[in-house]
Design a protein around this ligand. Structure first.
Ligand SMILES: C[S@@+](CC[C@H](N)C(=O)[O-])C[C@H]1O[C@@H](n2cnc3c(N)ncnc32)[C@H](O)[C@@H]1O
Length: 213
């Protein structure tokens, strides 16, 4: 979802970092072979993830929602040399695709895939993280926050994607629309939680950045 005009959007992209060749390949193959290719973060948001990761320079990164691995590779660009990126996805059909691209990158040995429901995997991760990207099923965003907050180091960052939910956050809530309800609840939860400071950035479909105090 783009909230600014196409011309302005083109200008914004043109005046931002170029997309690395490997990520262009990954995007092409995702569009050729994988369902719902629009789920992938893409060039502009990917460069934002990369730059934020470089600013944070995390040791450990957690990603909830790998899809074909685009955002994981962007986040890995800022990871410390001895760092680890743990990425979770429930869809086993994506596993080999992800691995192929992780291994084509320089970060392959540092990227660990976890296959299964993030709600079950997160409690078993015996690690703390400096950067966490939440980009899976919207209905569980509040649950993910509650599971990860104690695994986030002080000064660590949570990035949450799709927090404007194609603008539906402003529409009257339909009783059966569980995803929008969860996004609304999540946006309130992270605004009000005293353990973090939060700014919602109107980038693409909405990207919130929260820092642990
Ligand atoms: C929007 S896509 C992630 C896109 C990816 N972060 C990127 O930017 O390229 C969401 C992913 O979350 C995964 N997912 C959905 N529910 C999940 C769950 N309960 N546990 C783990 N992964 C889940 C889906 O299989 C899908 O691949």
């Amino acid at each position: 979802m783009h909230f600014i005009s196409e011309n302005l959007d083109d200008y914004v992209v043109k005046h931002s970092e170029n997309e690395p060749e490997l990520l262009q390949q990954l995007t092409r193959e995702t569009y050729q072979k994988i369902l719902q290719p629009r789920m992938l973060s893409g060039h502009y948001q990917g460069r934002i993830l990369s730059l934020i990761s470089k600013l944070v320079n995390p040791k450990n990164i957690l990603e909830i929602g790998t899809y074909t691995g685009y955002s994981a590779l962007c986040l890995a660009e800022g990871m410390q040399k001895e760092g680890e990126l743990h990425t979770l996805d429930v869809n086993e059909e994506l596993f080999d695709f992800q691995r192929k691209y992780f291994d084509k990158s320089e970060y392959g040995p540092q990227i660990f895939q976890h296959l299964g429901d993030a709600l079950e995997i997160i409690p078993k991760l015996d690690k703390t993280f400096d950067l966490i990207f939440i980009d899976a099923d919207k209905e569980n965003y509040p649950n993910y926050f509650n599971l990860i907050i104690d695994k986030l180091n002080v000064g660590g960052i949570i990035l949450s994607d799709n927090v404007l939910w194609s603008g539906k956050v402003l529409d009257p809530l339909k009783p059966d629309d569980k995803s929008t309800k969860a996004v609304l609840d999540y946006n309130t939860l992270i605004k009000e939680d005293p353990r973090i400071e939060t700014v919602l950035l109107p980038i693409r479909d909405g990207l919130t950045i929260s820092r642990k105090l």
